[in-house]
Ligand binder design. Sequence first.
Ligand SMILES: [Zn+2]
Length: 913
Amino acid sequence: MIKAGTGPRVVNITYAVSYAPAGPTGREEGIEQANVVGPEGIALTGTWYPFIEGLAVFRLRALLPRGFEGISEADDVSVKERPDGLREFSFAFDHPVDGISLVAGKYRVRTVRHKAVDILTFFFPEEEELGGKYLEYTKRYLDFYEDLIGPYPFRRFAVVENILPTGYSMPTFTLLGRDVVRLPFIVETSLGHEILHQWFGNSVYADRTSGNWAEGLTTYLADHQYEEMKEKGWEYRKQTLLSFRSYITPENDFSLKDFTSRTDRATASVGYGKTAMVFHMLQQELGADTFVRALREFYSKNLFSRASWADIQKACEEVSGSDLAWFFKQWVEGKGAVNIQVRDAMIRYEGTLARVFFDIEQKERTDRFLLPVVLRTDKGEIRKTFRIDKESAALEIETEENPRELLIDRDYDLFRTLSNDETAPVISAILGDKKRLFVIPDEKEEEYKGLTGFLTANGFTEKKEAEVTYDDIRGSSMLVPADTALVKRLYARLDMPEGDFSIVTKFSPYSVQKCIGIIHAASAVVMEDYLQRITHYGKYTTLVFKDGRNIEKSIEASERGMGMLLSAEVRGVGVPQLEPLSKIIDAVSGKDIVYVGEYHDRFDNHRVQLQVIRELYQRNSNLAIGMEMFQQPFQKVLDDYIGGVIDERTFLKKSEYFKRWSFDYNLYREILLFARENKIPVIALNIRKEIVSKVSKNGIRALSPEDLKEVPGEMDLSDREYKERLREAFAGHASPEGRNFDFFYQSQVLWDESMAHNLNDFLAKNPGSQVVVLAGAGHMIYGSGIPKRAYRLNRREYAVILNSGSEEIDKNVADFVLFPAAVPFMETPKLGVQLTDDAGTVTIAAVSPESAGGKAGLKGEDVIVSLDGEKMEAVEDVKIHLLYRKKGDAVSVKVKRKRFLFGDTEMEFKVVL
Ligand SMILES: [Zn+2]
């Protein structure tokens, strides 16, 4: 014990300790080794001597074996060769530091003098030739940062290959992991980062009790800066926001003042990523020049002492002359990210001036920040930065040009929550999700047992394929082996990239907040090996590995900035380009499948379809017609009708046409007559209506095993644009409360998939056939409904001809768009009554007095017994009977009418249609 008030004393401590040599991976029983001593080398970087709290000046003397070179924090190093063959190293360093390390090994040393600094490299013989490259890069980095921040603080700088796989930066040297020194990006990024730490971290020390700012500042001025110099700074910043979105939840978020060092992806995403963004925003607030002056001031004032965020604030305030307390309070003490929404963009024209108005709203929190906005016009761009500090702000930009699009924060200058359109499905979204599942393929539980280590270490819950529910898919991120029925049900067949291991990440069909990683590997054992590695590739969508090496990595494209379309460019086609239909038929005559989209109730559309069929049939009699209007269980009835086995009445009755398709049969009659006359096969493309309606109400999960037999084995739910169009249609419907859009979406895709599958089945059996497909335009626009799905199944060439309707004439909407004039048609005459049927009885539900039936004397509750003597047992009987009558014909209607007190009576009426 040292008594107070007695002045400085000397305390001598003698101790001995021994460490194991480095293991082959630098890890022992899963623990990363910090201190090793062995014949291969020495790395003492952890706590290896009695630790002194606080900054202190050290002297180190080390006796090393023959052939060893030693490195420690030092401006002066001297070596004495001793008679016993040992080498005595003395390290001198006059600056106070937290602690020191000792690294030694049989290094080959290179050295060069650059201005006032000795630069050295210490590589093992196998990597010795790398020295030259490292010396050159080091010179460049030293020059770059001396210019930016101020003089390099030491007389010496060494690059040292670590016998362990870890890398650090210490005053006067950096350790680089043995297995990374050869990687090309190390000299281009990591080396610069570690050298910059000589300024920030190793001579101005981060006061960790109030938040370690040094990693974020170094990341900003190194890793980010190098991308900025390649004009890719915006991508780097967007990546930072994506990583925050993937790994940070309200539960694990923390303030910058609480960051000490990275321990996992979440702490890195805040301590490195968000902190770098805060320095970027600080630079935006101060302006680039003032920001650099503030950094220089901060550096020179705090050299060789501990500095905190408060010291950074002080330097910035002194240099800029402005009060920045709000900035540091918001960003260093606060958590999370700015969350904004753009709303109500509109243009007001005043003479030649266009004024663009839009609102910015902050969601859940109110921050103060600068918001850069780009207004894209037909001639160029206008940039404007707004100060936002309220819950909502009404903003305005003026232009003399034609405004096209607003792009909010296109360059990611603001630390904010990304909009859905700005995000891509990436692996980190799965690894960072609170709920993450690994799906074990059915009947492969044994094979996948070996994966448990990876799954537990990375927080995955295992779930058997058969037990995965709709709520799992919507509520969690998942890893799913490619050869499962589940993948087929969500994304149909996926062409997995070739390799020993591949992963393709997709958004969950039901939520862009959730991702599904589809993985493929030769075996479960191979899969586990590679899964260990995907954690280093979190920012990617797709990865492929072969022979242990990554051979492909890519990120799916997403929007840049929060966009808001103001006006689309008006486009048109030259009228002389309008071609007669027969020319268009010429153009499509070589295609295996010709889709002709219709608006069901427009007769002119059906005339067009017939013309296409006739003219294609003239060229190629091996033709078939696929029709949405008939459902697959009734294929046999269609065949019998086309084959002449049954007559039209029987066909209509047995195919349940009037129960299953509500449109007037006269719209389609000529097409079917032509097919029958020429024995052209007609394919019932549709799935049974009851199945679609069940799914629409309660999802695929509502289907019985019997129903599932009629459902195709694969479904692709991943067409996002189609989904968005359907969402608009869904929102437009008067929909009762509680209807679920996901189920509606499932039902639509099921409908399309069924038609594509039925079409494909026909072509598989009749490979030489050409097929004309008749279906609603909605199943064809942009190729989304049936065409692309059929193409996925059979790769056959197709063309889409649309009859114009409510959709915009847009690029890719179809191959041809037709503008047929309205054609009058012979509508089936009506009695003018509403009918219902039950157990063989047809009852009039309501009569309009002005209708033919009303005038003739028919009344509500009358039971229709017969028409023209023909017995009526179902509503469809009435419809079929009327199909063979024309306007002006008289129909004799026999009804049973209930009479008060007198019982039922039969009455007969003559209805003139
Ligand atoms: Zn660092």
